[in-house]
Write a protein that binds this ligand. Structure first.
Ligand code: GRF
Length: 235
């Protein structure tokens, strides 16, 4: 089963099947929607990367769950469409999820990236963007899921920390892992220094991997995510 979405981008998403292939369109940059809740340093890195010719991906919209998300201004000043969808504006959580799904779908994304987006999405959203909704998390999953990952890593006394880019599924920080990056935990670290060291590595990973996904495609095979290469694009 396949379908053709925006432009000549072709994919073959089979809802409910985890092993669908992703195929990329080399004729145009991948359309990326970024979801944020905060400062948007990951978003800023993606925006800067998409200025580079040949990067392969372009941020076409930014959404937030709160008006105070400072990253919204980064998009607005570039003329990129933004939206805010708040849980508190809906009677039921499922209504929020449907509204969020519709907002993102309007932007016809090839990829949706949660970059510090502090809301779990529901079944509607996951069905609409199966296999192409990614999250960047500031720990080496499956260690330290949840909102306090750097603090949990410090408290546990681990010697390495890092960030994980993964395909979101129904679990919390549980989906198939695309890439991980490792940083040391130093003896003198406090929460601020460790968080910042992770964020630097996390941004570099996000930019690198989103570009490669866009240019070369990827496949989710059960728990394993395979990213194409220049020599062997997955399309
Ligand atoms: C990232 O470190 C992400 O892993 C965590 O929140 C941070 C978002 O930072 N969940 P920013 O808003 O992109 O600066």
């Amino acid at each position: 089963m396949g379908r053709v979405s925006a432009g000549r981008w072709t994919d073959a998403v089979v809802p409910g099947r985890p092993d669908y292939p992703r195929r990329v369109n080399s004729q145009r940059p991948a359309r990326v929607v970024v979801l944020i809740s905060g400062g948007g340093s990951n978003l800023a890195a993606l925006l800067a990367a998409s200025d580079e010719p040949g990067y392969g991906a372009q941020v076409v919209g930014v959404g937030a769950d709160r008006h105070s998300a400072a990253g919204l201004a980064l998009a607005a000043e570039r003329g990129i469409p933004t939206f805010v969808e708040r849980v508190s504006d809906h009677a039921e959580r499922v209504d929020f999820d449907r509204a969020l799904t519709a907002r993102v779908a309007e932007l016809e994304p090839d990829l949706v990236v949660s970059a510090g987006f502090l809301k779990l999405v529901g079944a509607d959203f996951l069905a609409a963007f199966a296999g192409r909704y990614l999250n960047t998390h500031n720990s080496l999953l499956p260690a330290f899921p949840g909102m306090q990952a750097p603090a949990d890593a410090l408290a546990h006394g681990v010697k390495v920390a890092g960030a994980t880019l993964f395909v979101v599924d129904e679990g919390v920080d549980a989906g198939p892992i695309i890439a991980q990056t490792v940083v040391p935990v130093l003896d003198g670290d406090d929460l601020e220094s460790l968080t910042e060291r992770i964020k630097v590595a996390e941004r570099a990973q996000l930019v690198d991997v989103v570009g490669r996904l866009a240019r070369y495609g990827w496949q989710v095979r059960g728990r394993r995510v395979v990213v194409g290469t220049a020599g062997e694009p997955l399309r």
